[in-house]
Design a binder for this molecule. Structure first.
Ligand code: MOS
Length: 741
């Protein structure tokens, strides 16, 4: 990465300072999506395709004793049936769920694949399989085995500071409570899907994914072929929210099925198959102890979180992770423990850790504020972390104070009554609540190619994918900003493993990683173009100094004499009519160990609770976020609003229910797994401060995908308490829980 101050071209410094100036007010991919031209993984036409159906275990624990496939094999249209008894051997570490052995670790685990001429025929044949199990007792009740919680095998990233006992002894007020959040499932609109075909030992895959590079390397490893032999394409991802970040078994099974059936195979998971085999947000049980002096200063924060984990991986929902850095306190301990259950794997789900952890911590702070008789915002300001409390490093940029002030003003927080149950409108109890939002800022090295074409257009290619968040849009903008041209002249290609590699779309790292990569490549391509002009005796710019040549609206010109200019098209036309192109990789900041980067926000909620039925309506949510530069108003604010909607969902609706005997997800459909509908969502007013964080990256922009959900559920829980005086510490907050609190 060329840091702005190091680069010779003063325009580039301006580019940074004003990045986002050439905003696309519409989504780059909007037209393609609304007209149906945008193709998702399962929509690519492949000749001679067969359909695969994944058969799932119906017991939660044990082994498969036998599978009689005689009747299924004879069924109409069946090409192949793959089971643990006949599946090709693959080289996948921890080879789970890909038919390498007969173990069953959870109900719903993939145990066979039927390949047939059509999907109904595959499903029909699957029903004819005679599967015998040797069942073992299963662990399914989290609370029953909570006492057996264990430390994660590879450590839980726990934190300690100060002397907890001494701090506790000094305290005048203590909160000591347990908060819990349920299992959740992501359910993006596009289900998981893979289309796989082989040509010799070359594999072509269309995969619904948040990481084409991860899919490529996992498939290469599984089938012992070089990564270059695996071509993964995913031009559009229909949402992921973390669920498509991991390479699940169906991707590998689709490729296996194509090999066995010797024809291209399409494998699309049904909506019910999205609950379990492709990861869940684990539940959490969070024990929190906060101890403070009477002036509100936190002396001790203790946050111990336990979540379930499957028997096939140690996945931690790191709910206590952010507690170590959010507020100052002389002492702190955080820990994570796991309870082994016969359920599918845990995985990333929007703001993994922070979404759940902020529920516990931010409700606990509300309880502490009440006990201390201090305003909840004031309590947070008293304990404001001026530096990262973990290593004492300065923040690269932190404007959380402004978030509290601005959002509180817009919300009208001053009208809140601290005493509960005071504000009544007819039959509705009105309550106000707030919480802090936060999410880490991460970046990865990212490569890109930028090509300036003789026709005046610019091509940008990056081996990442747009999971629906606006990656196409902001990359068109970045190239346009760097070259000083109209973003409508930029063509972006994503979602193809033959393009320069970049990171996955996850962890709120995409914008912060891929934009600098495209910026670097665009700067390099521009320099090549400038050098071409300077060397060309027929160019009006011949012999000029590099740093004197600038670009604007498809023209090169001299800063010292703007009359001397020519268009990209004329220059390239005279020089073989070929494009000028450059590939670059943006690297991480060299001084990144000298500061800490994080995003912040303040989120406020107003609820109306029916005094008789206890039905909750979230009337208003108001949030202000400090996420560095807001690269694009439309797609950025969209992400924040989406996150806040997820917060409403988390607070009031979502919960995956497991049958305690058979281990099946009971509500594996959208009728029974509740998410908010339009009628549940009222006013959502979010803004971003848009203060660049240039220490973090040259564009000043931290991630935006996850922070919206954080704090939102706690703000609603706190508002419900303010309205009713009922403190519910177990999510989702359903009306029966309010009634019984
Ligand atoms: Mo995100 S949970 O890293 O897609």
């Amino acid at each position: 990465m060329i840091a702005p101050q190091d680069h010779q071209d003063p325009q580039d410094h301006q580019t940074h300072a004003k990045l986002g100036r050439r905003q696309l007010s519409h989504r780059y991919d909007g037209l393609a999506k609304v007209t149906g031209r945008a193709k998702y993984a399962a929509e690519f036409p492949v000749e001679n395709i067969a359909y695969a159906y994944v058969v799932q275990a119906t017991i939660p624990s044990g082994t498969i004793a036998s599978i009689d496939q005689a009747a299924a094999t004879r069924a109409a249209g069946v090409h192949s049936i793959i089971t643990p008894f006949n599946a090709p051997k693959l080289t996948v570490p921890g080879n789970v769920n890909i038919l390498q052995d007969t173990n069953v670790f959870f109900s719903g685990q993939p145990i066979a694949v039927v390949v047939a001429r059509s999907l109904p025929e595959a499903e029909q044949a699957a029903k004819l399989l005679r599967i015998e199990y040797k069942a073992q007792p299963a662990k399914l009740d989290f609370n029953a085995v909570l006492k057996d919680a264990r430390a994660p095998k590879r450590g839980g990233g726990d934190s300690h500071r100060g002397d907890p006992q001494a701090s506790l002894a000094k305290a005048t007020v203590v909160i000591d409570q347990t908060y819990s959040t349920p299992i959740q499932n992501h359910n993006p609109m596009e289900p998981h899907a893979t289309v796989a075909s082989w040509e010799g030992d070359k594999l072509n895959v269309y995969d619904a994914t948040q990481g084409i590079s991860g899919a490529q390397s996992s498939l290469a490893r599984a089938f012992s072929i070089p990564p270059a032999n695996v071509h993964v394409q995913c031009p559009f991802t229909g949402g992921g929210f973390g669920s498509k970040g991991y390479v699940w078994s169906h991707t590998i099974l689709a490729a296996m099925a194509a090999k066995v059936a010797q024809r291209p195979v399409k494998l699309v998971l049904g909506r019910n198959q999205m609950f379990g085999p492709v990861g869940s947000r684990p539940n959490t049980s969070q024990h929190i102890k906060l101890a403070a002096s009477s002036d509100g200063k936190l002396l001790l924060q203790q946050h111990d979180s336990t979540c379930y984990t499957s028997l096939i991986s140690d996945w931690i929902e790191s709910a206590a992770g952010a507690t170590a850095l959010l507020y100052d306190s002389e002492s702190l301990t955080t820990s994570h423990s796991l309870v082994d259950l016969n359920l599918g794997m845990g995985t990333w789900m929007r703001a993994p850790g922070e979404a759940t952890g902020s529920v516990g911590l931010e409700i606990a702070l509300d309880e502490l504020a009440e006990k201390l008789n201090i305003d909840p915002i004031q309590l947070r300001l008293i304990n404001y972390a001026e530096k990262d409390p973990r290593q004492g490093l300065p923040w690269s940029s932190k404007h959380l104070r402004e978030c509290y002030t601005q959002a509180a003003d817009r919300f009208g927080w001053s009208k809140r009554t601290a005493q509960t149950g005071q504000h009544r409108e007819g039959n509705k109890l009105i309550g106000y609540g707030m919480a802090t939002a936060n999410y880490g800022a991460g970046r990865r090295p990212s490569s890109a190619i930028v090509r300036i074409l003789p026709n005046g257009r610019v091509f940008v290619g990056v081996g990442t994918q747009d999971l629906g968040t606006g990656t196409y849009t902001i990359l068109a903008q970045t190239a346009a900003d760097t070259l000083f041209l109209d973003p409508a002249l930029v063509d972006v290609k994503l979602g193809d493993s033959t393009l320069p590699p970049s990171g996955g779309s996850g962890g709120s790292t995409t914008a912060a990683s891929v934009c600098p990569g495209v910026y670097d490549a665009a700067v390099k391509a521009k320099l090549k173009l400038v050098q071409l002009a300077i060397a060309d005796t027929q160019s009006p710019l011949h012999g000029a100094a590099e740093e004197d040549v600038q670009t604007k609206d498809g023209k090169l010109f001299l800063k010292s004499n703007p009359q001397r200019s020519e268009t990209f098209t004329t220059l390239l036309g005279r020089n073989g009519d070929t494009p000028v192109e450059a590939i670059a990789t943006s690297e991480l900041a060299k001084d990144r160990d000298t500061f800490s980067s994080h995003s912040w926000g303040a989120i406020f909620a107003e609820v109306a609770v029916d005094a008789d039925t206890h039905m909750v309506q979230v009337c208003r949510m108001v949030g202000t976020y400090d996420i560095g530069t807001l690269i694009n108003q439309t797609t950025g604010i969209n992400q924040l609003v989406g996150g806040v909607v997820w917060g409403v969902s988390m607070a009031l609706h979502e919960e995956t229910l497991i049958d305690p005997t058979f281990g099946r997800t009971v509500n594996e459909n959208f009728a029974d797994y509740h998410v908010p509908v339009n009628a549940d969502i009222h006013q959502i007013d979010v803004t971003a401060l848009d203060i660049p964080d240039y220490k973090f990256n040259p564009l000043g922009s931290r991630g935006i995908g996850e922070i919206g959900i954080t704090g939102a559920a706690a703000a609603i829980a706190n508002a419900i308490y303010n309205a009713t005086g009922k403190r519910v510490r177990d999510l989702p907050i359903t009306l029966d829980k309010i009634m019984n609190a």
